[in-house]
Design a protein around this ligand. Structure first.
Ligand code: MSP
Length: 757
């Protein structure tokens, strides 16, 4: 298979297509914004560019999420897909196509690809028994109980008749391809990982499922649906028209395929660098020219993701500081390919330092002075002095450095070098002080200096603005107007980046009125963003706590237009429905294998009957608000073995139930309490607050294995002291034969602080 040399006439660029089980957050926005910046630059270089994004809507994960929300999978997918698209529009992202894997064009193309692979002898029927991670839609090697190596969640055992793809036949071919195309994947860490994965041996891959139906049927054998990753990866070609009989679409496919760049998050490089090229090789379709992986956006030290409950929404930043501020921060702060931390403080610091006080202030000074001293009409600069030649040379250096750095995806470096020019222009202005005439300088000489300095500084600003346009499109558009250059979008259409050189501003150009670019963010900006986020998670919690399981009042996620209502409704219902799911957890093997020695029978603190009635499965050990305090650690209250309470607990009313505030929390810290061999000290995060809980589970759980787990706690239990430490809440767990505990958990993603009712 060939990997033709890059074609400068056209550029096809894709983002991953996003799962619709969660609303978009800053992590998703990051990949899409990077693509948007690349696409804008390519277009402004006169390259015919196609930028594709979309949503990945099939698979067991989506089917389950929809069921939990009481929606059909398509209704559910339509709502969340609409949110992604709506957000991209709100942020002004210039995608050319948005594909949904539920569209006919995609189904048709994916079936064509499957048939092609089968016809060419690369797909055969077999059976699979093994582990599967529903969250990552990934087959995992290992015995039952194996956790997913990617996300750490419990895998499920599946046993099915499947179609298999002969991945093993591509081991050598892939390695040869990587060798021949050293720039195919990046960064280097991704390349190394992928190569070592392939070198360690490839097994044939199951590419169909029969145990659920939310997917694209296998052509000719409709009880199978196509494996969601084969379905998803195919989007890159089906969106162009692969599989279509329409000549126009066929021509588009021919024109834009192979893709120049698949931009992805680093966690999905195996799918893009191993499976996807192998499918394409097998089908006889050319391979993409490159796959580039961005690192993770971290928040509160973890990968920003819904399941960790540490997300920030792009809308929040957009509302307070604008979308350019977000773009600048993401591209400047995080060296592409590496993980990077996001925080509101760092964002505001960058915004004020580089944008408000840097570029924004520079533009404002120059445009204002141009109006003040020259009525807004650019004067002749006159002959250069050494100061002007120095600035011109800096600008020439910046032009030479910016493009190659940007095109190598070193956005941070490209911006850094451009901001050197911002600082130099600022320094040049200050050094020449056109606003101040020394008493010994004749008037005419001063006007000549003003003209020279302002025209030179304005020219530097023009260059900075042209180069930074793909990253700060809205602000660059404003500056372009102020410099009297008209609409920057028109300039971009005319490939203005092909010829950025010193001297573009012509004397006589009429500047537009100054307009604020980046108003300085005051101290409350961080607080405002924080409040918007808190409000958002609060509304999620409220939705969760006010919707009854059978309630019809939760509203529907009927479409992208009702984005917010849809979100809350979905999350609220999902949260409630997860209670039902909790029974499944009790019914089957516990989600996390404890692997502990369940020794002596342990007496635990009294179960809150309400929780038992609400949550416990009748045939298994009751789910307890439990084993928080072993008998020996307690200061007050009667001991009662769990077994005694089931099934004879007296009936209670709904009023009793609602008194107990059960919430989802995540364990941040778990450590043994000195001199108390049964107690663990936990710090848990409820999303809206963090607190300390003491739990008598030290004999059953290794503290380090608990960190990161999502659990259920009684959040409104009065605080008590044990061993001099305050405990603020209780954990929920099933108590097995002999009293050993199994902590309650969730099979699905669930936000921190969500209430169980
Ligand atoms: N549906 C698959 C991709 C199929 S592509 C054929 C999927 N979807 S996802 O919704 O989980 O989105 C994954 C992508 O979102 C990541 O690969 C990455 O591009 C982006 N990100 C999501 N969270 C992120 C961070 N916290 N940080 C950086 N990027 C993140 O996987």
């Amino acid at each position: 298979m060939t990997n033709p040399a890059a074609n400068s006439e056209r550029f096809y660029l894709t983002t991953p297509i996003y799962y619709v089980n969660a609303r978009p957050h800053l992590g998703h926005a990051y990949s899409t914004i990077v693509c948007d910046a690349i696409a804008r630059r390519k277009r402004a270089l006169g390259i015919e560019t196609r930028f594709l994004t979309g949503t990945d809507e099939h698979g067991q994960k989506i089917e389950r999420s929809a069921a939990l929300a009481g929606r059909t999978p398509l209704e559910f997918a339509t709502a969340i897909s609409g949110e992604f698209r709506g957000l991209w529009d709100q942020l002004g992202l210039t995608y050319d196509d948005f594909i949904r894997t539920t569209e006919d064009r995609h189904k048709r193309g994916t079936q064509r690809l499957f048939a092609e692979l089968r016809d060419k002898g690369f797909i055969y029927k077999g059976s699979y028994t093994g582990q599967y991670c529903v969250s990552d839609e990934l087959y995992v090697d290992g015995p039952p109980g194996t956790v997913c190596p990617d996300c750490g969640r419990a895998t499920e055992t599946v046993s099915e008749e499947n179609y298999f793809f002969k991945l093993s036949a591509f081991e050598r071919k892939l390695l040869e391809f990587y060798e021949a195309n050293p720039n195919f994947m990046g960064p280097e860490s991704t390349r190394r990982e992928v190569i070592s994965f392939v070198r360690s041996g490839l097994k044939d891959l199951s590419v169909s499922r029969t145990s659920f139906s939310w997917g694209i049927p296998v052509p000719g054998d409709e009880k199978h649906v196509i494996y969601v990753w084969l379905d998803a990866l195919a989007n890159y070609i089906t969106a162009l028209g692969y599989g279509s009989d329409n000549p126009e679409e066929q021509a588009r496919f021919k024109k834009f395929w192979p893709a120049d760049m698949h931009l992805i998050g680093k966690e999905i490089s195996r799918f893009h660098c191993v499976y996807w090229p192998a499918f394409l090789m097998a089908a006889g379709i050319p391979l993409p020219r490159s796959v580039k992986a961005n690192g993770w956006l971290l928040f509160d030290q973890g990968k920003m993701s819904k399941s960790r409950g540490n997300i920030v929404r792009a809308e929040t930043v957009h509302t307070v500081l604008g979308s350019d501020a977000l773009r600048y921060f993401l591209l400047r702060e995080i060296p592409f390919g590496q993980d990077g931390s996001f925080s509101f403080d760092a964002l505001v610091q960058r915004y004020n330092g580089d944008l408000a006080n840097g570029y924004g202030n520079l533009v404002s000074r120059v445009v204002n002075m141009m109006h003040k001293y020259f009525g807004g009409v650019l004067p002749e600069a006159g002959p250069e002095t050494p100061a002007e030649s120095a600035l011109r040379e800096s600008a020439v250096r910046a032009i030479a450095a910016f493009g190659p750095e940007f095109d190598a995806l070193n956005f941070s470096e490209s911006l850094k070098s451009l901001w050197t020019l911002v600082a130099e222009t600022d320094g040049y202005l200050t050094a020449n002080a056109p606003w101040k005439r020394p008493t010994d300088r004749p008037e005419a000489e001063h006007v000549a200096l003003q003209a020279r300095v302002l025209a030179t500084a304005a020219e530097a600003i023009r260059i900075i603005t042209a180069l930074v346009y793909p990253i700060l499109p809205d602000s660059a558009a404003k500056v372009w107007l102020q410099l009297g250059q008209g609409e920057i979008a028109v300039a971009a259409n005319n490939a203005f980046l092909t010829n950025v050189s010193w001297g573009g501003l012509k004397a006589g150009t009429k500047f537009a009125e100054p307009a604020p670019l980046f108003p300085r963010a005051e101290k409350d900006a961080v607080e405002r963003m924080q409040n918007i986020e808190d409000q958002n998670s609060k509304s999620v919690i409220e939705a969760a706590s006010t919707c009854g399981a059978a309630s019809a009042t939760c509203g529907g996620a009927s479409g992208g237009s009702d984005a917010k209502t849809g979100e809350n409704a979905i999350k609220g219902e999902a949260t409630l429905s997860k209670l039902k799911d909790q029974k499944t957890t009790c019914d089957n093997a516990p989600v996390d294998s404890v692997g502990d020695d369940f020794g002596e029978a342990q007496a635990y603190e009294t179960v809150a009957q309400t929780a038992q009635q609400t949550l416990a499965h009748p045939q298994v050990a009751p789910l307890q608000v439990a084993h928080t305090i072993p008998a020996s650690e307690q200061h007050t209250g009667p001991m009662q073995p769990a077994e005694e309470q089931s099934p004879v607990s007296p009936q209670i009313t709904i009023d009793d139930v609602i008194k107990v505030d059960l919430r989802v929390a995540q364990i941040l810290v778990a450590e043994r309490v000195p001199k108390a061999d049964k107690l663990l000290r936990l710090e848990v995060d409820l999303g809206y607050e963090k607190r300390q809980i003491l739990a008598g589970i030290a004999q059953y759980y290794e503290p380090e294995k608990l960190v990161g787990r999502k659990i259920v706690i009684v959040a409104n239990l009065a605080p008590r002291k044990m061993r001099g430490l305050e405990s603020n809440g209780m954990l929920l767990a099933a108590s097995l034969e002999g009293g050993s505990p199994v902590l309650a958990g969730f099979l699905e993603d669930v936000p921190l602080g969500a209430r169980l009712k």
